[in-house]
Design a protein around this ligand. Structure first.
Ligand SMILES: *[C@@H]1O[C@H](CO)[C@@H](O)[C@H](O)[C@H]1NC(C)=O
Ligand SMILES: *[C@@H]1O[C@H](CO)[C@@H](O)[C@H](O)[C@H]1NC(C)=O
Ligand SMILES: *[C@@H]1O[C@H](CO)[C@@H](O)[C@H](O)[C@H]1NC(C)=O
Ligand SMILES: *[C@@H]1O[C@H](CO)[C@@H](O)[C@H](O)[C@H]1NC(C)=O
Ligand SMILES: *[C@@H]1O[C@H](CO)[C@@H](O)[C@H](O)[C@H]1NC(C)=O
Ligand SMILES: *[C@@H]1O[C@H](CO)[C@@H](O)[C@H](O)[C@H]1NC(C)=O
Ligand SMILES: *[C@@H]1O[C@H](CO)[C@@H](O)[C@H](O)[C@H]1NC(C)=O
Ligand SMILES: *[C@@H]1O[C@H](CO)[C@@H](O)[C@H](O)[C@H]1NC(C)=O
Length: 344
């Protein structure tokens, strides 16, 4: 049986077998490879899943027998439909064209199709490869997660499509750490707070626009006080101490003067917390209010504290304070003037 003696029959052998069955081609007929007039490779037909595909086959008037095959099974033999699939129809039933249409193409239709033609007892096969494309789609993606600083995470983004989509990850939230990684799994080891935010997964192939989805990663970290400045206020006026702490989840604040905890509404003070900030307000500053206060910021991961001094007029407690700054620039000006005068 020549080429067809192999245990695993290739589609070409099956076509020949089918042709022998259909047209009673003598078994002794030499079977030649695809480059001969026996088999002609036509252009591939590319369609999207769900679309209709047309497979064309041209005839001339010497043709005596025709058939369309899907791999080894006969779809049409002449005008007789052998396939039971209602999606397959004979399209153009003329003397020069023998074409079929496959409606609502699906991925399992992908593969080689053969139009076999018998002319003057000379069999020919035209092969066409039906390529079914599927737009990229993210089938499963990690849900939003919250982890503690220092833990390791793996984000997953499973995509389907034909051709196989390329999956890429981007970190959107942070300017400094906006990185790109390829692959369905993104691993972040010892995550830092800068690595929190939105991660975008994009699945793309050439079929249509990429499918894009996002995962929010929240990184918990203990508070650190980012702003706590000594503040001046005259007696008899309002005074406000500010304390700002960065933390996830947001910090809870407590205020102390020496060892005594201050409570909202008592001793003429109000404590207001808004997001990352806490404010200690003295409605009517008195001499005893001046001194050293401690702001404590806490969350479930830890705590942090800072000292803030409320001072009266004339006191220089803070190198950053406005009076000091004005004083030093005045000195600089004086030095410059003196240098100028001494030159002459
Ligand atoms: C047709 O598609 C097949 C399978 O994808 C490929 O091997 C072959 O090179 C293609 N032929 C042409 C002419 O594009
Ligand atoms: C195609 O045309 C022939 C006559 O030329 C007819 O006998 C046959 O039924 C037609 N087949 C289809 C599927 O239209
Ligand atoms: C039959 O073939 C002709 C020429 O290729 C084409 O214009 C026409 O649309 C075809 N008919 C159908 C029903 O597809
Ligand atoms: C082609 O053959 C494959 C495999 O047997 C089958 O799953 C598919 O439905 C067939 N398609 C058509 C259009 O006949
Ligand atoms: C997505 O993947 C997760 C983890 O592998 C699995 O538990 C879940 O069932 C999947 N969801 C869907 C819709 O496939
Ligand atoms: C502030 O306190 C002083 C002394 O207790 C009092 O005399 C004054 O009226 C108060 N001022 C206001 C605005 O409450
Ligand atoms: C304020 O108190 C803290 C401790 O409670 C201390 O470390 C700090 O030096 C004090 N600041 C001043 C200016 O006395
Ligand atoms: C402030 O922090 C220090 C060490 O960071 C700690 O020893 C101290 O007890 C804290 N003070 C308060 C009031 O929590």
């Amino acid at each position: 049986m020549g080429v067809c003696g192999y245990l695993v029959l290739s589609w070409r052998c099956l076509v020949v077998l089918s042709l022998r069955l259909l047209f009673l081609v003598p078994a002794g007929l030499p079977v030649r490879s695809g480059d001969s007039p026996f088999s002609k490779v036509m252009d591939n037909v590319t369609v999207r899943q769900g679309d209709n595909a047309v497979l064309r086959c041209n005839l001339d008037n010497r043709v005596t027998r025709v058939a369309w095959l899907n791999r080894s099974s006969i779809l049409f033999a002449g005008f007789d439909k052998w396939s039971i699939d209602p999606r397959v129809i004979l399209l153009n039933n003329t003397s020069t064209e023998y074409s079929i249409q496959i409606k609502d193409v699906d991925v399992y239709d992908d593969g080689p199709y053969v139009c076999s033609i018998l002319t003057n007892n000379n069999p020919k096969a035209s092969r066409v490869h039906l390529i079914v494309q599927v737009p990229p789609r993210i089938a499963n993606i990690s849900t939003d997660i919250t982890v503690n600083e220092g833990s390791s995470i793996t984000l997953m983004c499973l995509a389907i499509g034909r051709p196989e989509p390329t999956v890429t990850w981007r970190h959107l939230s942070s300017r400094a750490h906006r990185f790109v990684s390829e692959g369905e799994y993104l691993e972040v080891t010892e995550i830092s707070k800068e690595q929190s935010g939105v991660y975008e997964c994009s699945a793309s192939n050439d079929v249509s626009a990429p499918d894009v989805r996002k995962v929010h990663v929240t990184v918990n970290y203990p508070p650190f006080i980012s702003n706590a400045r000594n503040t001046g206020a005259p007696i008899g006026q309002k005074g406000i101490l500010h304390c700002e702490a960065s933390a996830v989840p947001f910090a809870v604040f407590e205020w102390y003067k020496e060892d005594r905890r201050l409570l909202n509404g008592l001793n003429g003070v109000r404590i207001e917390n808004k997001g990352k900030q806490s404010m200690l307000t003295f409605f009517n500053v008195s001499e005893q209010d001046y001194g050293n206060y401690t702001c404590v910021a806490m969350n479930k991961l830890g705590n942090s504290n800072a000292s803030i001094i409320l001072y009266g007029p004339g006191a220089v407690h803070d190198r950053n304070n406005a009076a000091f700054a004005t004083h030093s620039s005045f000195c600089l000006l004086l030095t410059l003037v003196l240098q100028y005068v001494l030159k002459f």
